[in-house]
Design a protein around this ligand. Structure first.
Ligand code: NOJ
Length: 565
């Protein structure tokens, strides 16, 4: 196992629009992030991943970029960015930028030039194709955000491909000039001194040559024809040679539809592509297939199977990313825990889970406070294009019951994660003096950073402890993963071993108390409690009884007796 800084790190994701407003326009900005750096330093994280801050018309909140080397006006200026980066580095924090290059905005000059002139070299930066007879689009693919993946150009005959909104045309990576442009952008930010890249849907950059129809009739998400395509590894290796190899970067590729075998190809240390991928497999545990809006109850047995598979498959020469929420997902405590009576216990239990597996943990802003999902009264209050498109398509095209559609939005809508960060109990949660761009979750009077910092038993302080433990004990970072009593219906238990140390983690995923009888071989020698979410803890013994959402980790093995936190 190669020891590396980014394996030992904890990443914190900022969604700038909702983090902190410093200039009173209701929108978070770079000045706001600068103000809160000490908060992040105090929490103990090492790397900040910034969701996109580039110039953008904001059809998809910055994931539609019109200038990759300018800052979005609402977020600030390049001078402020430079100040932010300097302030981060002064505090020993590293910066990971979001690289969104599967598509641009339709307002990007390349796309504008492509629209204006059929003979422009920029035409081949994108996928322009003739429609089929009868006024049909070139193929039957649908976009991730509902409706067809093709849009007719405004004043021409052809259609262009967009796997997301029609304001996000896909780039044609088979064109070498496109790749050169991407490397130029990456070099620009590399020269500024950033420390890594999170790459948006990067396994979509190589599409099947003929863009074939999906077999069945009707629009389909044509994943087999655009995910993990024929040249994706060649392009990532080229990117690595040209840019990523220049520095000891941290890199993670967001990858919808990736198997563990494919992830090994993307992340194996000998292949020189990426450090980690964001898999979505666990994000579909409560969905029917890959349709997130079709909800079903997730099962612990399946959660164990998915995490177990990723833990063991990436164990040699590869590395996992660990997350349960981000700006695209519901809040983890609402989804996998209990955001009512056991909010604190279950948020701590889930955090214990993420921070004691093998991989690099990613914390999404507000997760460390146990922020919860939101239920806005009507669809008009929602801002997210994915949610709005889904509602329109489900209700008007498929005639689904609007009440049921809203229930799915309450559970899975991306705005759950995008309500403003809850800083204190003052109006608008201390996020802004103005009207926030999206309403604050009314529970901010109780759930907020100021209150959490004051309360030594808070979720926030528990995260501090988890991060500290990671710094002090290599077994937490590098230990292997061995599931224990896998058939247990409500407890998830596993051990980790590294250089003579052993960690035992026992987690009750539900509110009913539960007992477990552990094999003796799983008990660390001279095991001491490393962390737990109740004041007292069960003894490190074969028979263990866990309370509602109880989490406990024991450390032992060689030298276990001397271990202190
Ligand atoms: C994934 C991003 O995380 C999401 O927010 C965005 O809508 C799509 N990619 C398109 O860029």
């Amino acid at each position: 196992m190669k020891e590396t800084w980014w394996k030992e790190a904890v990443v914190y994701q900022i969604y700038p629009r909702s983090f902190m407003d410093s200039n009173g326009d209701g929108i978070g900005d770079l000045g706001g992030i600068i103000r809160k750096l000490d908060y992040l330093k105090e929490l103990g994280v090492n790397v900040i991943w910034l969701s996109p801050i580039y110039r953008s018309p904001n059809d998809d909140n910055g994931y539609d970029i019109s200038d990759y080397c300018e800052i979005m006006e609402e977020f600030g200026t390049m001078e402020e960015f430079d100040r932010l980066l300097k302030a981060m580095h002064e505090r020993g924090l590293k910066l990971m930028m979001d690289l969104v290059v599967n598509h641009t905005s339709d307002e990007h000059p390349w796309f504008q030039a492509a629209l204006k002139d059929k003979n422009s070299p920029y035409r081949d930066y994108y996928f322009f194709r003739d429609g089929k007879p009868g006024g049909l689009p070139p193929n039957n693919w649908c976009s991730h955000f509902g409706f067809s993946a093709w849009e007719k150009e405004p004043e021409g005959e052809q259609y262009f491909l967009h796997l997301y909104t029609k304001k996000q045309p896909d780039l044609n990576w088979d064109n070498p000039s496109v790749r050169e442009e991407v490397y130029r952008i990456m070099q620009f930010w590399t020269d500024k001194g950033i420390d890594g890249f999170r790459m948006d849907v990067i396994n979509y950059i190589s599409k099947a040559a003929e863009l074939p129809d999906m077999p069945e009739d009707g629009p389909h998400l044509a994943t087999p024809y655009f995910a993990n395509g024929p040249h994706v590894h060649e392009y990532l290796q080229e990117m690595n040679r040209r840019i990523l190899s220049q520095r000891d970067f941290i890199t993670v590729g967001e990858m919808v539809s990736v198997t563990t075998d494919q992830a090994r190809l993307y992340t194996h240390e000998d292949r020189h592509e990426l450090n980690m991928v964001f898999t979505f497999e666990h994000m579909y545990l409560d969905a029917v297939g890959e349709d997130k809006w079709q909800i079903r109850q997730w099962k612990l047995s399946e959660l164990k199977a998915v995490f177990g598979k990723w833990q063991t498959s990436l164990a040699d020469g590869c590395w996992n990313s660990l997350y349960l929420n981000n700006h695209d997902q519901a809040r983890m405590v609402s989804r996998f825990g209990d955001d009512g009576k056991y909010r604190v216990e279950s948020a701590k239990m889930l955090a214990t889970f993420l921070h004691t597996l093998q991989g690099t943990p990613y914390i999404y802003q507000g997760e460390e406070l146990g922020m919860t999902n939101i239920r806005f009264g009507s669809i008009d209050q929602y801002k997210d294009i994915d949610t709005l498109n889904h509602y329109a398509e489900a209700v008007t095209v498929f005639h689904e019951d609007p009440k049921r559609v809203m229930e799915a939005i309450y559970a899975k809508g991306r705005d759950n994660a995008r309500t403003p960060m809850q800083w204190d109990a003052s109006p608008n949660a201390g996020f802004t003096d103005a009207v926030p761009w999206i309403p604050v979750n009314p529970n901010y009077t109780e759930i907020n950073a100021e209150a959490a910092i004051r309360d030594t038993e808070s979720i926030y302080h528990y995260y501090q402890d988890l991060i500290r433990i990671r710094r002090h004990h290599k077994v937490v970072v590098y230990g292997d993963y061995n599931p224990v009593c896998e058939e247990h219906p409500s407890i998830y238990a596993y051990t980790r071993r590294y250089q003579g140390q052993m960690l035992l983690v026992v987690l009750n995923f539900f509110s009913d108390p539960a007992v477990i009888d552990l094999p003796k071989a799983c008990l660390p020698e001279n095991g001491v409690r490393l962390i737990g979410n109740y004041e007292d803890a069960p003894a490190c013994e074969v028979h263990m009884k866990l309370r509602a959402f109880e989490a406990v980790a024991f450390l032992g093995g060689d030298g276990g007796e001397q271990i202190m936190i």
